[in-house]
Design a protein around this ligand. Structure first.
Ligand SMILES: Cc1cc2nc3c(=O)[nH]c(=O)nc-3n(C[C@H](O)[C@H](O)[C@H](O)COP(=O)(O)OP(=O)(O)OC[C@H]3O[C@@H](n4cnc5c(N)ncnc54)[C@H](O)[C@@H]3O)c2cc1C
Length: 381
C-alpha cells in the first residue's frame, strides 16, 4: 500500500502533469483525446469521508396518487441512486397526477431534490406551496449525491418492475435530461458537462444493451477497444456526461422556490396523522427514505454509499467508473472537491464510515491515477 502511495506522489510532480493546462470555466466538455490529469489520491489530501443512504425500492420509485379521506397524497419517493438524475421528470409526473384535483394549495413534505423540484413546478403552475423538511439543504441525502446524470441503482431488474413503471421511468428520464441540459454551464446551478469513461480491463462477455432511457441522452457515446488510447484499459465506454454539483444546485433550487413565492419550513412529522394536521389537503410525499416510517412502506430500504472527498483539482475535468473484484470505483470532480466513491450496500443502515472502504477507495483510485500518469509519460517519450 505504501509503495502505491509513493508511486503516486512521484507521478503528481512529474513534468507530464505539470504541462497539463488548467481548466477554463467554459471548457468542461473537452474532446476525449485531450490530456487527462491524474487525481492526487492520497490520505494527505482527504477533506472528509461521508456516508449516505440511497432510498431504494426493488420495484422502482413510487409515483402514485393515494386518497386518505379528504386528503390527496401524491407519492414521489424511492429514487435509489438516481434521485437527482430523475428529479425534473418525476416532479413533472407528480404534478400531472394532481391535475384533476381542485385543490390549489399544496404541502410538499421533503426538502431534498425531489421535494424542492416538485414545489418549484407547482409554484410555476400557480399553486400556493409550503415545503416542510426535517432536514434542509445542505443536510439532505440529495447533498451527498455524486451527482452524475445517469439512472442507476433504481430497481432489482426488469422482472421486478411493471410496464407502467418502465413507461414512467423512461418519460421521467427524458424530461429530466432535457431540463438539466438547459441549466448546463450556468454557474448559478452548478450543472456542467464532463468527459466520462467506463473503464474495463476486457470487453464484457455480452454485447452492450442500449440504455432503457435512450442512448441519445448520452452525447458522444462510443465504445473504444484500443488499450493504447485509454491507459491500458481494453474496453472503454465513454460519453459526455451531465454532472450536477449538489451543494451549488440545491442552494439554487431553494432560492428559486423562495423567489417563486414558496415557503420552506423546517419541520419533522412522526406519523401520517401529524401530516394530516396540516391545513393543506393536497400533499406531495417527497420524503425519500423517510417514507418507510412515515407512510409504512416496508419495500423501501437503504442502499448505503460511502464517499471520500479530496482537495479540489481544477485540472481534473473528467470522471470515470471502474469495476474491480473488490467493488466499484468512481470519481467525479466538483468545484469544491474530488469525489471518490464506489460502494452500494443494500439494507445497511449504518452511517458510520468504513475504514476498509476508505482505504480501498484512496488506494484504488491511486492505482488508476498511476496508469493515467504512466500513459501521459509514455505518450511524451
Ligand atoms: C453515495 C451516494 C451517491 C449518489 N450518487 C448519485 C448520483 O450520482 N446521481 C443521482 O442522481 N443520485 C445519486 N444518489 C442518490 C440521491 O442522493 C437520492 O436518490 C436523492 O437524494 C433522493 O432525493 P429525495 O429528495 O427523494 O430525498 P432526500 O434528499 O433524502 O430528501 C428527503 C427529504 O424528506 C425529509 N423527510 C424525511 N422524512 C421526513 C419526516 N418524517 N418529516 C419531515 N421531513 C422528512 C428529509 O428531511 C429531506 O428533507 C446518490 C446517493 C448516495 C448516498
Amino acid at each position: 500500500m505504501i509503495q502505491r502511495r509513493q508511486f503516486l506522489t512521484a507521478a503528481a510532480i512529474s513534468p507530464a502533469m505539470a504541462a497539463l493546462p488548467a481548466r477554463a470555466a467554459d471548457d468542461y466538455a473537452r474532446p476525449f483525446d485531450a490530456p487527462y490529469a491524474p487525481v492526487l489520491s492520497q490520505p494527505s489530501r482527504e477533506i472528509r469521508t461521508v456516508v449516505g443512504l440511497r432510498p431504494y425500492r426493488g420495484s422502482g420509485f413510487r409515483l402514485e396518487h393515494e386518497k386518505f379521506g379528504r386528503r390527496d397524497v401524491i407519492h414521489n419517493y424511492g429514487h435509489g441512486g438516481c434521485g437527482v438524475t430523475l428529479s425534473w421528470g418525476c416532479a413533472q409526473l407528480a404534478v400531472e397526477l394532481a391535475e384533476g384535483l381542485d385543490e390549489r394549495r399544496a404541502a410538499v413534505i421533503g426538502a431534498g431534490v425531489n421535494g424542492l423540484t416538485t414545489a418549484l413546478l407547482l409554484l410555476r403552475r400557480g399553486y400556493e406551496v409550503s415545503v416542510y423538511g426535517a432536514a434542509l439543504p445542505p443536510h439532505t441525502t440529495s447533498n451527498i449525491a455524486g451527482a452524475y446524470w445517469h439512472p442507476t441503482t433504481l430497481f432489482d431488474g426488469l422482472d421486478a418492475v411493471s410496464e407502467a413503471f418502465l413507461a414512467q421511468f423512461r418519460r421521467a428520464a427524458r424530461i429530466a435530461n432535457r431540463a438539466f441540459q438547459h441549466l448546463a454551464n450556468d454557474p448559478a446551478y452548478g450543472v456542467y458537462y464532463m468527459r466520462y469513461l467506463g473503464l474495463r480491463e476486457e470487453p464484457p462477455l455480452r454485447a452492450r444493451t442500449p440504455y432503457y432511457e435512450g442512448d441519445d441522452l448520452y452525447a458522444g457515446l462510443a465504445v473504444e477497444i484500443n488499450p493504447e488510447r485509454y491507459f491500458g484499459y481494453g474496453y472503454v465506454e465513454r460519453h459526455h456526461a451531465l454532472m450536477i454539483d449538489p451543494d451549488i444546485y440545491l442552494r439554487a433550487l431553494m432560492r428559486d422556490v423562495e423567489n417563486a413565492g414558496g415557503r420552506i419550513v423546517q419541520k419533522s412529522f412522526e406519523t401520517t396523522d401529524d401530516v394530516f394536521d396540516l391545513k393543506e389537503k393536497l400533499i406531495f410525499n417527497c420524503t425519500g427514505l423517510g417514507a418507510r416510517a412515515l407512510f409504512g412502506d416496508e419495500t423501501l430500504g437503504p442502499a448505503r454509499g460511502q464517499l471520500t472527498m479530496l482537495l479540489p483539482q481544477p485540472e481534473v475535468d473528467y470522471g470515470y467508473v471502474h469495476g474491480t473484484p473488490d467493488g466499484y470505483l468512481y470519481m467525479f470532480p466538483r468545484k469544491g472537491a474530488i469525489l471518490l466513491g464506489g460502494t452500494v450496500e443494500m439494507g445497511d443502515w449504518s452511517l458510520e464510515p468504513s475504514e476498509t472502504e476508505r482505504i480501498r477507495m484512496i488506494d484504488g483510485h491511486a492505482m488508476i491515477a498511476q496508469r493515467i500518469a504512466d500513459a501521459a509519460k509514455a505518450k511524451k517519450s
